[in-house]
Design a protein around this ligand. Structure first.
Ligand SMILES: Cc1ncc(COP(=O)(O)O)c(C=O)c1O
Length: 451
């Protein structure tokens, strides 16, 4: 995953005349001149734009990263929800504190202990998913033009928050063992020499979204040390940490450097994403500011949802439930890896995740995954093209395949279809050179939808 980067395209403000878009077309938004400058960085992610087509039933979607909730005990949950209303309804349906429900914050500390973190419940701030945590942390630390260092590729939602606060992202490449420390050091030196202010390293150490790799344990202390040496905070985003396929966990960065790491956690992948409950564990000094930021964003996270999570943790075998999730995901990971081996043409390579939801595929020179996507969708398979996971236009030879949601049979069929599209792109590339700029008519002979 080491890479040569293209020069950085710059996204400017919307046309201040408010009448014509940069394409020269008439702009129909009468408010265009009123928007704050920061909205220039707010664009729909490629992934979101894809959802509409990818969710058509005939399309095998390897695009979205929706958790597979089929194993949840819905009867138990519905009884628990009814109990909460019956026993504690007037609390559950009332405003709460911006800090979060105290008993849940204690339970969150027990969960983080599984990855070596010793924390006090006072330092946990409950959020509306870890996405809100990301947004708040960026709001607290980033002025326009500040630099955030992030792995290349990185999580789309994080890139969205960084853009919304006009932070510039400098990507650092990974290999199969995650972020490369020497490249991190170089990037920090280079950025500082250029007179830029680096505010934090944003990293997803475990079962990376989208790369599917995990930061080697031996690298963790070195990365913390590099960040300390450069006076740079670490933001550790860990929604997949308990989804190691062999039940393995890794020591959180936060566990060895509590004063310099802000840790983001979530119940979205280990329980239920729709409840929107996550948390931030901040160094003590940052905690108060986070609570204030949370208050101004939402007043408080939903009390009812926090009580559902808390009761579930207190009364259900939640570790057993996570084991079921892991088994589901492992079965799907096995399906996708064997299908990639069987079907993908020579010249393609991919990561081998041992947890989480994603495989990161690199295709041969001459194939552009973004340009290929409409042809793949016509052939009834969808993926997320690599460019969405970079802030700087890189990633056109990469794609993310999510294996978390479809059945193993659908995954295999999806990869088979994808391979046919790829073969045809590679043929064209061999014949005519890079196909990204070319209009190609129709998909490569789709077969009937058999799966
Ligand atoms: C790396 C990463 N961070 C954060 C999030 C957001 O999670 P949440 O549902 O807790 O907001 C996701 C969701 O896919 C993710 O993959």
């Amino acid at each position: 995953m080491t890479e040569n980067r293209p020069s950085k395209p710059h996204s400017g403000r919307p046309n201040p005349s408010g009448r014509q878009s940069p394409s020269g077309r008439q702009n129909l938004d009468p408010h265009l001149e009123r928007y704050a400058a920061r909205t220039a960085g707010m664009t729909a992610s490629e992934i979101r734009a894809l959802f509409a087509v990818a969710s058509r039933p005939e399309v095998v979607s390897l695009a979205g990263g929706m958790p597979n909730l089929a194993a949840l005990p819905l009867d138990t949950l519905s009884a628990q929800v009814a109990e909460i209303i019956a026993e504690d309804g007037l609390v559950a349906l009332q405003y709460g504190s911006a800090h979060g429900v105290p008993v849940l914050r204690e339970q969150i500390c027990e969960i983080m202990a599984l990855e070596g973190i010793k924390a006090h419940p006072d330092d946990v701030v409950v959020t509306v998913g870890s996405q809100m945590g990301l947004d708040m942390v960026t709001r607290l630390f980033c002025d326009p033009g500040d630099v955030v260092i992030a792995e290349g590729p990185s999580y789309v939602g994080a890139l969205g928050s960084f853009a919304a606060y006009q932070a510039q992202v400098v990507h650092v490449a990974m290999d199969e063992n995650g972020l490369v420390p020497s490249l991190l050091r170089e990037a920090l030196d280079r950025t500082e020499k250029a007179g830029r202010r680096v505010k934090f390293l944003y990293t997803i150490p475990n079962f990376h979204n989208p790369a599917g790799v995990t930061l080697a344990v031996e690298r963790r202390a070195e990365i913390l040390e590099i960040c300390r040496d450069h006076g740079v905070l670490v933001v550790e985003d860990n929604p997949y940490g308990l989804l190691g396929f062999d039940g393995q966990t890794y020591p959180a960065l936060r566990s060895t450097d509590p004063d310099n790491v802000v840790y983001l956690g979530s119940f979205s992948k280990t329980f239920a994403s729709g409840l929107r409950v996550g948390w931030v564990l901040a160094p003590h000094a940052v905690r108060e500011k986070l609570v204030l930021a949370a208050e101004s964003a939402t007043l408080c996270p939903p009390t009812f949802n926090q009580m559902i999570v808390s009761r579930y943790l207190a009364t259900h075998d939640w570790k057993g439930q996570i084991k079921k999730f892991r088994e589901n995901y492992r079965e799907r990971r096995d399906a996708i890896l064997s299908a990639l081996d069987q079907y993908l043409p020579p010249g393609c390579s991919w990561t081998k995740p041992d947890g989480g939801f994603y495989v990161w595929v690199t295709v041969p020179e001459g194939v552009d995954t973004k340009a290929m996507l409409p042809r793949a969708v016509t052939a009834r398979v969808a993926y997320a093209s690599g460019t969405g996971f970079y802030a700087d236009g890189f990633g056109s030879r990469q794609m993310r395949l999510s294996y978390c949601y479809p059945t193993p049979e659908r995954i295999r069929e999806g990869v088979r279809r994808l391979a046919a599209v790829l073969e045809s792109e590679m043929d064209l590339a061999r014949t005519f050179g890079n196909v990204s700029a070319r209009q190609i008519q129709g998909p490569p002979n789709p077969s009937p939808d058999t799966v």
